[in-house]
Design a protein around this ligand. Structure first.
Ligand SMILES: Cc1cc2nc3c(=O)[nH]c(=O)nc-3n(C[C@H](O)[C@H](O)[C@H](O)COP(=O)(O)O)c2cc1C
Length: 209
């Protein structure tokens, strides 16, 4: 089949999310100016530059709060900081729990039974149960239109200014032990996938050392 998204897809569900898979999950902690903690997952998330390392995530606007903004975006625009906490098999349920829409002053990190630990360079706490954290400074935001809802998405770019890696994930050869890390990633619909030692394979890139 071929479809032009502006004319609809004709399928029972929009397939777009199933066509960009698997997606890493940005699990974003942030605080507002008063220090209220927020934690939420974003699968329109990725790394977009090496030097300096930079990540992005996209936050849809809608009927979430009076201003239509998700708490993560509002907090980051107010304070200029966030943390990305790595989503693993062990944290999958808690990650999903933190996607619930809650009042701005409710601490989703604590409510999901997670343990906050201080960051080194930024105010938002890290999730202790997550083995990798990126401490990020806001670089810029970019708005994209949401033509379906006559609304918008705001893409947030953050420079990774601090990286925490659980020591037990670093192997003797200096590489990350992906099998031990056991990442999960987002598929379409309500589906996820996991990365295990068995699902990783290696290919040498031509002319690349
Ligand atoms: C796995 C997963 C991925 C998600 N990805 C996104 C996303 O990319 N963009 C978005 O706006 N919402 C996404 N959501 C929904 C948000 O997590 C949800 O709206 C959340 O309540 C936002 O929280 P906040 O208002 O505390 O920032 C996702 C939810 C889940 C469970």
């Amino acid at each position: 089949m071929f479809y032009e998204p502006k004319n609809g897809h004709g399928l029972s569900k929009n397939p777009f999310n199933s066509l960009v898979v698997p997606r890493p999950i940005g699990w974003i902690s942030s605080v507002d100016g008063a220090g209220n903690v927020n934690l939420a997952p974003y699968s329109f998330f990725n790394g977009v530059a090496y030097n300096p390392p930079t990540v992005m995530f996209s936050s849809g606007h809608g009927q979430v709060e009076d201003d239509g903004m998700k708490d993560s975006l509002r907090n980051i625009q107010e304070t200029g900081e966030f943390v990305h906490n790595f989503s693993t098999w062990d944290t999958r349920e808690a990650m999903n729990d933190t996607s619930a829409t809650t009042a701005m002053d409710r601490d989703e990190l604590a409510e999901a039974g997670l343990t906050p630990i201080p960051s080194t360079l930024v105010k938002p706490p890290r999730v202790k149960e997550s083995p990798i954290h990126f401490e990020c400074k806001l670089v810029d935001t970019y708005d994209l239109p949401n033509t379906l809802d006559d609304n918008k998405y705001t893409v947030v770019f953050g420079e990774v200014i601090g990286v925490h890696i659980a020591d037990e994930l670093i192997m003797e050869n200096g590489r990350i032990d992906i099998a031990k890390l056991h990442p999960i990633a987002r598929m379409g619909y309500q589906d996820y996938t996991e990365v295990t030692g068995e699902t990783v394979f290696t290919m040498e890139r031509p002319g690349f050392r």
